[in-house]
Ligand binder design. Structure first.
Ligand code: ALA
Length: 426
């Protein structure tokens, strides 16, 4: 492989009009796991689209909760329960502020994006879909934004339609325009592709759908770690994301929904803490968001999520974006020089996710051998079988980066990749 690449990329970003550096080496010290060795080699963690690593601030906040505040929320009149409730509701305020939701009632804590989509498909779909209606998703969806719609469409006699994807891995917006008709009742679309990294023009999709008074759900899972999300600016009707992709724990996520929709939707799950009054004859439910939070929630997870969002804000979204874009161009240029390597997904706007195949080398073999170098990438279909089928492949290697990754790691990755490919082919 040629080394004819400019390696002097400085991670500079504009802040308050001046140029300041994102100090990646200082940031890395915030993430204890990044100091780990794998088979005696420094961990190179390039599987951030699957899950991100957690800063010490988040880990410490969770430990603090269990050491000092643990109690069930909304139920106790005693000190600990009040502290736990305050911390949990405080996390809701942080999320509201971070995504600029109009009210805190629009923020529902769920297990993750998957549960958020299931909630909307099931609750909204059951109440509003009828035989012959159409639901529009895209060919770039994660399975979690396909199957819930498939199931509810089957149940209600509705039809699932799919926005096609171009050869570059972008959504075909002309085709989208034609697919929207009087029959379309809901659009559910991914903001950023988990498997090929494309950033979709969701704002324009939302505008076009709204012209037909169609509500739109945005799967913001892969957008949330990389892009500042303003739900009022986007004007999306629903948005979901998972905490574990944005440096928070697993098992917690957010469903944002406009008040007017959430108010009109029936509960998804029922049980404790979501009721006003229960008798054997009838139950009445609490107002939003509590109507959708049945049972004891993941209290520490929500608190950890709030801390993670504050941590990201502390670094600065613009700074993260600019730095990550440099990582993306550097890594793309570096690996595309490897003979027989093909990048799947070459959209104009991408997050630092690079999916690729290599002639004569199976993704699983590449992933396994890279692991021996301490490098973690994901191989397989990335829960997007229909998208990969459209590219004529069943599996890719995927390197997905975060703001704590470095140019040096990319260099080591590219060298190791070249080495393991030669080994496989030999
Ligand atoms: N959806 C996750 C990924 O893309 C798990 O890897």
């Amino acid at each position: 492989m040629s080394d004819n690449i400019n390696t002097s990329i400085e991670p500079f970003a504009k802040k308050d009009g001046g140029l300041v550096a994102l100090d990646v080496h200082a940031i890395r010290k915030d993430f204890p796991i990044l100091q780990t060795k794998v088979y005696g080699k420094p961990l190179v963690y390039f599987d951030n689209a699957a899950t991100s690593q957690k800063p010490k601030a988040v880990i410490d906040r969770i430990v603090h909760y269990y050491e000092n505040e643990n109690a069930n929320i909304h139920r106790g009149i005693y000190h600990l329960s009040e502290m736990a409730s305050e911390a949990y509701e405080g996390a809701r305020n942080i999320v509201q502020k971070n995504i600029n939701a109009a009210s805190r009632g629009e923020i529902i804590f769920v297990r993750g994006a998957t549960e958020g989509i299931n909630l909307v498909a099931s609750s909204w779909g059951r109440a509003h879909l009828h035989p012959g209606d159409e639901v529009l998703i895209s060919g770039m969806e994660h399975h979690a934004n396909i199957i819930p719609w498939q199931i509810i469409c089957e149940e209600k006699g509705a039809v699932l339609k799919v926005i096609p994807v171009t050869a570059d891995g972008e959504l075909d917006l002309e085709a989208f325009q034609k697919l929207i008709t009087e029959k379309t009742k809901f659009v559910s679309v991914v903001y950023v592709s988990n498997s090929i990294g494309t950033i979709n023009s969701v704002k324009s999709i939302i505008e076009k759908a709204h012209a037909f008074r169609i509500p739109v759900l945005v799967d913001g899972c892969q957008a949330a770690p990389h892009i500042a999300i303003d739900v009022q600016e986007l004007d999306c009707d629903f948005l979901v994301f998972s905490g574990h992709k944005i440096f928070a724990p697993t098992g917690i996520g957010v469903l944002y929904g406009k008040e007017k929709y959430l108010e009109a939707m029936p509960p998804y799950q029922t049980g404790g803490d979501m009721i006003q009054a229960v008798s054997f004859v009838k139950t009445t439910f609490k107002e939003i968001p509590y109507k959708f939070e049945a049972g004891t929630p993941d209290i520490s997870g929500a608190i950890g999520l709030g801390t993670a969002m504050e941590y990201i804000s502390g670094i600065g979204r613009t700074m993260i974006h600019d730095y990550e874009q440099k990582l993306l161009s550097y890594a793309t240029e570096k690996i595309r020089q490897i003979e027989g390597l093909k990048i799947i997904g070459t959209a104009r706007e991408k997050i630092p996710v690079i999916s690729f195949t290599v002639a004569g080398a199976h993704p699983l073999d590449i992933g396994t051998l890279l692991d021996f170098e301490g490098i973690a990438i994901r191989t397989g279909n990335h829960c997007t079988q229909p998208l990969l089928a459209g590219f004529g492949v069943s599996a890719t290697c995927r390197a997905s980066l975060a703001f704590y990754n470095t140019i040096e790691e990319i260099d080591f990755f590219a060298e190791s990749l070249d080495k393991v490919i030669k080994k496989i082919r030999s």
